[in-house]
Every structure is written in structure tokens, then in C-alpha cells.
Design a protein around this ligand. Structure first.
Ligand code: F6R
Length: 613
């Protein structure tokens, strides 16, 4: 949700910020802008509606000579106010002396706006951010101190913010502050950056400080100074990033999503590497080890997430209940946080989030904590807010995921949940031999994913007959059901085809009314004890002229006589099946969107990191 890049150094900030914004475009891509000082130290704002390319074109066509060694910039995902140039950031004060970029939401902006209107302020945008800018302006008039003005303004706003400000009276300085929205200070060689994500600055430096809520940082060409919420100067530890720019390059792939789908043999391996305790036929999860006695005594688990992470959570429920026989509740974070959830004693709560920044998940974490629960995180982004707020947790180590549609993060989340299920199972009644069987099979999963990816061309061919549909139904039973949900979500978010995932047997209770010759039914026909029942469900589809695209296990000859198309995948243990079954569904969604010539990596209306409610 919105991305910020700001720069102070010896170089021209313009290309640095534009390149940084490109790396943050996944966070929002409806408009963008930047603000700099001209040679007379006036603040100049340049902004454009549309994707970043519009701003890039504008700069390279008409403003080639823009130069400033200090600047702030922003890519927007609209919350308050339609998508247009006026509402794009940076936002200026009434005198044009200041520019501010903001990631987050000012929740009490209506009341504040009314107060400012009463004071005579005239608003030019529909954004909540303009309220914050005007507040700083107002307090600056009163206090004559910009730092104080920013602090006073931030005191009266409710909500979340990551901000960066430049002001004509301080031409060598950026002021930045955060609460609830990630903001990172990246420290280079005589240059400093503020960013919402290290992707934007990793090319320049690997040294970063993750700012804490309430922190304010002042940067100039000589250095930086950080103040905490008590206004005390602090010196937080500098972290060293252990990956480099090559990890976020698209390489030869047409889209990030395709690259990330193809990375899964490696990313899944990374999720379990170093965590298999072969000598004991169990699993070692370092981030939870201090809480092993809690895991041993847990009576109930709640797993909370949103979107694809919620689907991973639901997959985790099937795994944990089956392998460890512990009841698991799966919760939408957005519902959990507001419905006064019941969290009995001996409940452990897991929050699951790729970005580690999802606002609803973070709020649910806080609610679970307020109920006295221990909360663990399953996150991808190291140092993210959720990772830092939890009592412990497990990183999925999927590497940077840039495509807005989550793929490799899902399989890595499911891998970690499988590890958790095995660990919990071995702490209870799972035998060493069964533990061994699971560990050995897990080690084979990357190779089996490779075998599915090798069918990419065939899956593209099959996708051609789905690309012209307007609806699609995904069916699966048991642990295949969450995978059906995930397949449907992938298709709808990037191809804009309406798709639903259903437990196959539920079809006859309603969705069957939709089936006709135009309705593709994508069925997960795994060979297990429910296979015959699934086949009966598919017969019901055929009887109504539906078209069946089956994902089935190698050697299944029966399915070929029923389905219009079959994608054969290797067999695995039931609890690990989602790691394989989801791959063809990801590829179908990708190819359908690509065949429709849609913007696969930046689908309309979406953003990768949903830091607003
Ligand atoms: C779908 C997708 C979203 C996210 C959801 C939660 O492809 O990516 O549904 O899964 O917004 O995001 P995280 O996992 O970052 O909390």
C-alpha cells in the first residue's frame, strides 16, 4: 500500500528515486510523484496519474535536467480520494513551501479537516494526507520549529503513517517518521535513503535500520539522527541485509509471477532446509524452540491470516489436525480483530503473513495478545512488523516475492505449516517411523515440483480453452479444498475471471446450478480414499455438460475417460499434496492472464502489501 523512497546524498536523487519506486510499484501503482529542491531551494513537485512509467516519461521527455541531491517520492494505492494527479503524492502545504509523502491512513481526518477548514485552510485534494500536511503547516506557523510542528501534528492524528517531508526553510534536510507503516533508513556511503521496502535501496546499500513506531529521523548530507517517541536521541542497531539485487531481478522470465512459480523447487527447499532433525525423525524450529513446552501442552491452535495466507492457514488446519490431532481454528484477520474472539487457556495463536505488514493481521495479533495468548508469526519478510511483534515464529525464507499474486510464498507457508504439523505430531503420538516417512517425502517435494513445472507448455495449451470463459469452478475434497480456493483466487485476481473454490461435494448444494457447457470445472482428483466420491461429483458435472480440467495423479487412467483435459502430477503423502496440486493451478492462472494480455504482475485494484484496513 503505497511506497516511499527518499534520498539525501551526493548524487542526483531523481533517477535513484525513480528506480526505487519501480521496485516498490508492487505496493501501489495508480499514480506516483516526487518532490525536490530547485537551485533556489524552492520545493518542486512533479506527479502523474497512472503507472510509474507515466512519471518516468514525464521526467525524461520534458524535465530531463531535473537535478537535486535530496528528494522524496511516492507510488500510490488510493485509499482516500479517487485516482488523479491532485490526489497523488507528494502533497503540498498551502504556501507550496513543503512536500510530504505518506503511506498509511489518517483515521480521524474528517474531524481534523473540519478544524482546519474552520481555521481557513482550503483543501485541494480529497486525501487524508493533506490534513497532515496542513497540520504541520499550522503548527510551524505557531511554533516556528519544523521538528516540533511535525511532532505536534503527529500527536493529533490517529491511524498509521510512514512519512517523509522536505521544506524550503531546510533545503538540506528530510524529516521522516513512522507509526504502523514500515519505514526503513538505509545507510550508504555518504548517502541516506528512506524507504518502505529495502528492495528499493538494496542496489545502493545493505546497511539498514528498521525504524520503530514513534521514531522520527532527520537526515541531511552529513548524517542522520533518530528520536524515539519520548523525543530522546537514540542509536539503533544497523542490520546487514544478507541478499542482493540479483534476488529481485526478473531474469529471462516475462513476469515476476512466472519467475516466482519456477522458483518453488528452491523456495520450498529453503523453507525446510536446516529444519529436519533426521536423527530424531522430527523437526527443529529454532524460532519456536523456547516455547516447546507450550507446543507440548497446547490444546487448541488458532491460525489467522488474509487472502492467500488464509488459504495456507486452512491447509495448515488439515495438516495439524491430521498429523497432531490438535483442533485448529482458522480465522480471517479482518473478522477476528473485531468480534471479540474466544481464546481459551492453552491456545496458541499463529499469524501468517507473507509481507508481515498486513494491517488486519497485525491488529488480530494485537487482539490475540490482549486476550493473553502467546502469538507466533509465520512470515516471509525478515524484520517486518508482524515478525517483530510476535513472541517468536518461523520465517518461510521464500525470498522476495514481487508479483502481486502470491505463489512461492504460499508453498513456503504450507511447507512451514507441514513442519509444524510434524513437530506437533512427533510431540504426541506420531511414531518415529511415520516421522521418518514424512521427512523423507518432504525432501522429494522440490524434485516433484520440477516435474510439474516441466509441463508448463502443455498447461499453457490447456489454459487457452479457459481464457475465454467468464466463470470457473474449482473443486477439491479434504486437503485439496483450500487448494481449490487458492486456485480460484489466483485466477480471479490476475485474469479477472470470476472463479469460486468449493469442496467438491458442496457443489450439489447450489453451485451446480451454474454448470453448463461454458463452465470450466477445475478438479483436484487426487488418488486417496475420497477419489471415488470426487469422481461421482465429476459425473454430475458431465451430466450437465460442464467441461472438466483435472489435476490427477500419474497412472490414473479412469480420469482420462471423464475429464476433457488432465494434468498429471506425481503422488505424495496426503498432507503434503497441496505443495504439488497448487502448481498447475498457479500456472493456469498465469497463462490465462498472459493469454488475455493482462498485466500479470500488477493486476488492477490490488497491491501486494495491504497496510490499510
Ligand atoms: C493473493 C495475495 C493476497 C495476500 C493477502 C495477505 O495472491 O497475495 O491475498 O495473500 O493480502 O498478504 P500477506 O500474506 O502479506 O499478509
Amino acid at each position: 500500500m503505497c511506497g516511499i523512497v527518499a534520498y539525501v546524498g551526493r548524487k542526483n536523487s531523481v533517477p535513484i528515486m525513480l528506480e526505487g519506486l519501480k521496485r516498490l510499484e508492487y505496493r501501489g501503482y495508480d499514480s506516483s510523484g516526487l518532490a525536490l529542491f530547485d537551485e533556489d531551494n524552492n520545493v518542486k513537485i512533479y506527479k502523474k496519474e497512472g503507472k510509474l512509467i507515466e512519471l518516468e516519461k514525464f521526467v525524461s521527455n520534458t524535465n530531463k535536467d531535473l537535478f537535486s541531491t535530496i528528494g522524496i517520492s511516492h507510488t500510490r494505492w488510493a485509499t482516500h480520494g479517487v485516482v488523479n494527479e491532485a490526489n497523488a503524492h507528494p502533497i503540498s502545504d498551502p504556501d507550496g513551501t513543503m512536500a510530504l509523502v505518506h503511506n498509511g491512513i489518517i483515521e480521524n481526518y474528517k474531524d481534523l479537516k473540519q478544524n482546519l477548514l474552520n481555521k481557513g485552510y482550503k483543501f485541494k485534494t480529497d486525501t487524508d494526507t493533506e490534513v497532515l500536511v496542513f497540520l504541520v503547516h499550522y503548527y510551524y506557523q505557531v511554533e516556528k520549529c519544523l521538528t516540533k510542528a511535525v511532532q505536534l501534528a503527529l500527536k493529533v492524528v490517529e491511524g498509521t503513517y510512514g512519512i517523509a517531508i522536505i521544506h524550503r526553510d531546510f533545503p538540506g534536510q528530510i524529516i521522516s517518521a513512522k507509526k504502523g507503516s514500515t519505514l526503513i533508513l538505509a545507510i550508504g556511503d555518504n548517502e541516506f535513503f528512506i524507504t518502505s521496502d529495502i528492495n528499493a535501496t538494496i542496489k545502493h546499500t545493505k546497511r539498514v535500520i528498521y525504524l520503530e513506531d514513534g521514531d522520527m529521523v532527520k537526515i541531511n548530507h552529513e548524517g542522520y539522527e533518530i528520536f524515539n517517541s519520548d523525543n530522546l536521541s537514540i542509536n539503533p542497531e544497523i542490520s546487514e541485509i544478507d541478499w542482493d539485487i540479483s534476488a529481485i531481478d526478473k531474469g529471462d522470465f516475462k513476469h515476476y509471477m512466472l519467475k516466482e512459480i519456477f522458483e518453488q523447487p528452491i523456495s520450498v527447499g529453503n523453507a525446510f532446509r536446516g529444519r529436519l532433525a533426521d536423527e530424531l525423525n522430527t523437526v527443529r524450529l529454532g524460532g519456536l524452540s523456547a516455547s516447546y513446552s507450550d507446543l507440548r501442552n497446547v490444546k487448541r491452535i488458532q491460525i489467522i491470516g488474509c487472502g492467500t495466507s488464509w488459504h495456507a492457514a486452512l491447509t495448515g488446519k488439515y495438516m495439524i489436525e491430521s498429523l497432531a490431532r490438535i483442533p485448529v481454528e482458522v480465522e480471517y484477520a479482518s473478522e477476528y480483530r473485531y468480534r471479540n474472539p474466544i481464546v481459551p487457556d492453552d491456545t496458541l495463536v499463529f499469524v501468517i503473513s507473507q509481507s508481515g505488514e498486513t494491517a488486519d493481521t497485525l491488529a488480530a495479533l494485537k487482539e490475540a495478545r490482549a486476550k493473553g495468548a502467546k502469538v507466533f508469526g509465520i512470515t516471509n519478510v525478515v524484520g517486518s512488523t508482524i515478525a517483530r511483534e510476535t513472541d517468536g515464529g518461523v520465517y518461510i525464507h521464500a525470498g522476495s516475492e514481487i508479483g502481486v499474486a502470491s505463489t512461492k510464498a504460499f508453498t513456503s507457508q504450507v511447507t512451514v505449516l507441514a513442519l509444524l504439523a510434524i513437530l506437533l505430531g512427533r510431540m504426541r503420538h506420531m511414531s518415529p517411523n511415520d516421522g521418518l516417512i514424512y521427512l523423507e517425502e518432504l525432501k522429494l517435494i522440490p524434485e516433484k515440483i520440477e516435474m510439474i513445472l516441466a509441463q508448463n507448455e502443455q498447461i499453457r495449451e490447456i489454459s487457452k480453452s479457459i481464457a475465454n470463459c467468464t466463470n470457473a469452478l474449482y473443486l477439491g475434497r479434504g486437503i485439496d479444498y483450500p487448494v481449490a480456493l487458492e486456485g480460484a483466487l489466483k485466477l480471479k485476481e490476475i485474469s479477472y475471471i470470476h472463479a469460486e473454490g468449493y469442496p467438491a461435494a458442496e457443489m450439489k448444494h447450489g453451485p451446480i446450478a451454474l454448470i453448463d457447457e461454458n463452465m470450466p470445472v477445475i478438479a483436484l482428483a487426487s488418488k486417496d480414499f475420497l477419489y471415488d466420491k470426487l469422481v461421482s461429483n465429476l459425473q454430475e458435472v458431465i451430466a450437465r455438460k460442464g467441461r472438466i480440467f483435472a489435476v490427477a495423479n500419474e497412472g490414473d487412467e479412469l480420469i482420462a475417460t471423464i475429464a476433457n483435459e488432465v494434468i498429471y502430477i506425481p503422488e505424495t503423502l496426503p498432507s503434503l499434496r497441496p505443495l504439488l496440486n497448487v502448481i498447475p493451478l498457479q500456472l493456469i492462472a498465469y497463462h490465462v492472464a498472459d493469454l488475455k494480455q493482462l498485466d500479470v504482475d500488477q493486476p488492477r485494484n490490488l497491491a501486494k502489501s495491504v497496510t490499510v484496513e
